[in-house]
Ligand binder design. Structure first.
Ligand code: SAH
Ligand code: SF4
Ligand code: F3S
Length: 461
């Protein structure tokens, strides 16, 4: 189901009036985002709503009238950082009593976390979950009237369209195509905090894509926890490959990326579509998590290492220049050293362009949290070191093969000291000298030196 944001316009007006009466000056918000691109995209919408309510944005909590943290729950470390940073706000708030502190997102969607905030962090004014941002004006109105507000009711299945957005960079855009996850990988908290999988209508996605392109987007990443199952449950008959073809057909000079693909739903049709669509980046992020079939089964991933390797083989057969990146978990509760070695073997076979590596982190409420964890912290750290050593030597070999080539690069940022940082179509990071005016443009760059993860280059024109 889709609902519209216009229903909140009365609340926006009421918030604006209170803010004007209370401050009689510009009001400022500081928004900080933890976690994945899905959260970054949510924050762009949250900022859009705050702007509609009258807030401008600042870069530090000290200058802000409202501080909002959009949190992540995927690993314990992510949660620890949030608690640390919320703790640090206490001192600021002691000096500025009417500052509003708001916490939202995946971590807050868990009852035990919301309870802990309620009890131990009394200076936090507002807590809301992952599908409540559209109600922010209503919640802010309550808070501005002195009511501490907590809303982490179950994430609903309806999608709210028409939310305003404030985007950090016009040329690099995040475009959500679906929300939630139905896969319940045994280690993962996301399905519990993000609710059931739900796709946006293709006409809403296309409309947003057109707006992004008109506003100068050069690099658009389609977002979803499992983009390959896009379309399920929609009235229209559409799958992810068909959606990609529609976006590819839009006029303009831009690159399309997408993440994340689940191997169990990554079809040959999708790979053929990537090959056929000239705007789709030659980059596939395909998390494998483990190279051992017993561990994969316990992870509830629904594919084998052999099936994964077959997908990679086919993808490279039809797109020899494809960059493949992945996620891997080390130290799943009952993983033996021999089973971990299967992960190393898979990495050696595939030779990923880059890898996002994680030590298993127990998440309360997941199936894996009930398994007995046989590995010590030291053992997990040792396996991680072994894996990183292997990946580094592979990455070095890969990046070395780029030296001498001239490649098309989207210039993403400057370090302010004359060096630019860009990303190639196949997701390699490249540093080169150049004017900061080039940020947001696509340039040809010749690779002159390979470092282990990134390459150095020189503008070719
Ligand atoms: N939906 C995406 C991944 C989202 S989470 C997918 O299925 O590919 C991003 C990554 O975090 C996962 O791919 C996994 O490698 C890692 N991750 C998730 N839960 C974790 C946990 N409990 N401990 C360690 N790593 C975890
Ligand atoms: Fe988590 Fe698995 Fe869903 Fe990815 S597909 S978000 S790893 S449950
Ligand atoms: Fe974290 Fe939520 Fe994303 S748990 S990784 S912010 S979906």
């Amino acid at each position: 189901m889709t609902t519209d944001f216009n229903a909140q316009s009365d609340n926006i007006e009421r918030v604006k009036m209170i803010l004007e009466a209370k401050y009689n000056r510009p009001v400022y918000a500081f928004v900080h985002t933890y976690g994945c691109q899905g959260n970054v995209s949510d924050s762009e919408r949250i900022k859009g709503i705050l702007k509609a309510c009258g807030y401008d944005f600042v870069d530090s909590p000290e200058e802000a009238d409202l501080v909002l943290f959009n949190t992540c729950a995927v690993r314990e470390h992510a949660e620890d950082r949030v608690f640390g940073n919320v703790g640090a706000l206490k001192n600021i708030k002691e000096k500025r009593r009417d500052m509003i502190i708001a916490l939202c997102g995946c971590m807050m969607q868990q009852q035990h976390i919301a309870d802990k905030i309620k009890k131990s962090y009394p200076y936090v004014n507002l807590v809301f979950g992952t599908n409540h941002a559209h109600k922010l004006p209503e919640m802010l109105y309550r808070v501005l009237n002195g009511k501490r507000t907590f809303d982490i009711s179950e994430p609903k299945k309806d999608i709210v369209e028409g939310l305003p957005t404030v985007r950090d960079r016009a040329f690099k855009a995040w475009l959500p195509i679906m929300y939630g996850c139905d896969n319940f990988c045994s280690y993962c908290i996301v399905p519990y905090v993000r609710g059931r999988e739900c796709s946006r209508k293709s006409e809403d996605i296309i409309k947003e894509a057109k707006e992004l392109i008109a506003n100068g987007a050069k690099d658009i990443t389609l977002l979803g926890q499992n983009v390959n199952s896009y379309g399920k449950g929609l009235y229209e008959d559409i799958n992810f490959s068909q959606l990609l073809r529609k976006i590819n057909a839009l006029p303009g000079d831009f690159i399309i990326r997408f993440m994340t693909s689940h191997p169990k739903d990554c079809s040959k049709e999708l790979l053929d579509t990537m090959r056929d669509c000239e705007k789709v980046a030659r980059h596939l992020h395909l998390p494998f998590q483990s190279g051992n079939n017993r561990v994969l089964k316990d992870m509830n991933r629904h594919y084998t290492a052999e099936q994964y390797l077959e997908l990679v083989r086919y993808a490279r057969e039809i797109m020899p220049d494809l960059a493949i990146t992945s996620d891997v978990i080390v130290g799943f509760p009952n993983e033996t050293y021999e089973e971990f070695c299967d992960t190393l073997k898979l990495i050696e076979k595939v030779k990923f362009t880059s890898l996002f590596t994680f030590i298993y982190s127990k998440r309360t409420g997941t199936a894996a949290a009930k398994m007995i964890d046989v590995n010590t912290r030291e053992e997990k750290a040792k396996r991680m070191r072994e894996l990183l050593d292997l990946q580094e030597s592979i990455a070095q070999e890969r990046t070395a093969s780029y030296v001498g080539q001239t490649i098309s690069v989207l210039v993403e940022e400057t370090d302010g000291k004359g060096m630019l940082v860009g990303r190639t179509n196949d997701n390699i990071t490249i540093r080169f000298e150049g004017d900061e005016k080039l940020v947001g443009t696509i340039r040809n760059v010749c690779v002159i030196e390979a470092l282990s993860w990134i390459v150095k280059g020189k503008i070719a024109e």
